[in-house]
Design a protein around this ligand. Structure first.
Ligand code: FMN
Length: 343
C-alpha cells in the first residue's frame, strides 16, 4: 500500500501527502511533516491575482528551502488568463508541481468565482485546466470537492473534465461546499471517481489515525492519501501511516514527552527564523494549542503560554509543563522514548 507514485514526471517516494491548509502549511510545518514521512507538501492556497499583481503576502507563501522538496504550489482564482500567468510565475520560481484550487468553500473566495465555485461552471473550469496545462511544464493537479450540495454532486463529471484537459492527478475531498468541514467525508465518492479515472486519484478527508489512511486506501482503491487536520499538533501521524502501510506495524499513537518537546522546540525555532521573534511567538500559539490538546492541565498551560512574547521564556514554560507531566507517563512510553525521565 505504501508505494512510490508518479504524478506527471514527478516521482514521489511514497503516496502519503500533507494537505494544503491556509494558515498552517507554511515552510516550517511542511519540513517537519516531511521528516516524519510525507513525500509531497503543498503551500496553502495562493491568490493568482496576488501573484500577478506582485502582492508581498502572496510571495511570502512561496518561501521554501532545499529540505522542502518536492513542493506543490496551490493557486486559486477564476480568470483563466490570470491563473495561467500565475502558473508561469510559480514555475519560474521553482515549484515542483502546480495545483489548482477548485474546492475552497470560503464565501469570500466563492464570491469571486474561485475555489469550489469553479465546479459550478464546468465550461470555465475546463478552460482553466486546459490553459494552465499549456502554461507550465510542471505536473498539474486539481483539488476538488463532492459538489455544491447533496443535490448537486458533480465530482465525477468534474474529475473527468480535469483529466480530459490534461491534469496529471486529481485530489478529492468528498464533502460538499455546503458541508464546509462538518459532517463526514463521503469516501464512496472517492471510489467512484477512482473507478472511472485514468490518472492517480488522491483522497482527502477524515484521516485522523494511521488506520484511517489504510481504510481509505482499502475501501476506495485511491492511489494516495492526504492528511489535513489529523496532522495538526501531530506530525507523527506520517510516521504512523508510513510504518503501518509498509509493514503493518502499529506504532505508538502518541510520541514520548521527550520527543514531543524536541519537535515543538524545533518547530518553534523554525518559526522564529522565518517570522522573527515577535510574530513567530504569536503565530505559533495555534500550534502550541494543537500540540497540547488532550494533555493533562493543557488548558492551564495554554492560558499561561498565550501571555508569553519571548521565545526563551516559552521554551522554559513548555519544558516545565512537559516535565510536570512526566510523572504520569507510562513505563512503555519511557521505554519507547529511550530516555529515562526522573519521576
Ligand atoms: C485550516 C484549514 C485550511 C485549509 N486550507 C486549504 C487550502 O488552502 N487549500 C485547499 O485545497 N484545502 C484547504 N483545506 C482543506 C484540506 O486540504 C483538506 O482537504 C480537508 O481539511 C479535509 O481533510 P482532513 O479531514 O484531513 O482535514 C483546509 C483545511 C483546513 C482545516
Amino acid at each position: 500500500m505504501l508505494t512510490e507514485i508518479n504524478i506527471g514526471n514527478l516521482s514521489l517516494r511514497n503516496n502519503i501527502f500533507l494537505a494544503p491548509m491556509a494558515g498552517v502549511t507554511d515552510l516550517p510545518f511542511r519540513v517537519l511533516t516531511r521528516n516524519f514521512g510525507s513525500s509531497l507538501c503543498f503551500t496553502e492556497m495562493v491568490s493568482a491575482n496576488g501573484l500577478v499583481r506582485r502582492t508581498y503576502k502572496s510571495y511570502e507563501y512561496l518561501k521554501s528551502s532545499p529540505d522542502d522538496r518536492p513542493l506543490g504550489v496551490q493557486i486559486f482564482g477564476s480568470d483563466p488568463d490570470i491563473l495561467c500567468e500565475a502558473a508561469g510565475i510559480v514555475t519560474e520560481m521553482g515549484a515542483d508541481l502546480v495545483d489548482i484550487n477548485a474546492g475552497c468553500p470560503v464565501k469570500k473566495v466563492l464570491k469571486t468565482g474561485a475555489g469550489a465555485a469553479l465546479m459550478r461552471n464546468p465550461t470555465k473550469f475546463a478552460a482553466i485546466v486546459k490553459n494552465v496545462r499549456k502554461a507550465t511544464h510542471l505536473p498539474l493537479t486539481v483539488k476538488i470537492r463532492s459538489g455544491w450540495g447533496h443535490d448537486e454532486l458533480n465530482a465525477i463529471e468534474i474529475a473527468g473534465i480535469a483529466e480530459g484537459c490534461g491534469a496529471d492527478a486529481l485530489i478529492l475531498h468528498p464533502r460538499t461546499v455546503k458541508q464546509g468541514f462538518s459532517g463526514v467525508a463521503d469516501w464512496n465518492l472517492i471510489e467512484m471517481v477512482k473507478e472511472r479515472a485514468g490518472i492517480p486519484i488522491i483522497g482527502s478527508g477524515d484521516i485522523r489515525r494511521p488506520e484511517d489512511a489504510l481504510a481509505m486506501m482499502e475501501e476506495t482503491g485511491c492511489d494516495g492519501v492526504m492528511v489535513g487536520r489529523g496532522a495538526l499538533g501531530n506530525p507523527w501521524i506520517f510516521r504512523g501511516i508510513t510504518t503501518l502501510l509498509s509493514d503493518g506495524t502499529v506504532s505508538p499513537s502518541t510520541p514520548s514527552l521527550v520527543e514531543r518537546e524536541s519537535v515543538i522546540r524545533l518547530h518553534l525555532e523554525a518559526y522564529i527564523s522565518l517570522y522573527g521573534e515577535k510574530m513567530g511567538v504569536k503565530s505559533f500559539r495555534k500550534h502550541l494549542l494543537w500540540y497540547t490538546k488532550g494533555l493533562k492541565e493543557g488548558s492551564k498551560f495554554r492560558k499561561a503560554a498565550v501571555a508569553v512574547n519571548e521565545v526563551g521564556e516559552l521554551h522554559e514554560m513548555l519544558h516545565k509543563y512537559l516535565q510536570s507531566l512526566a510523572g504520569g507517563i507510562s513505563h512503555a512510553e519511557r521505554l519507547y522514548s529511550g530516555v529515562t525521565i526522573p519521576i
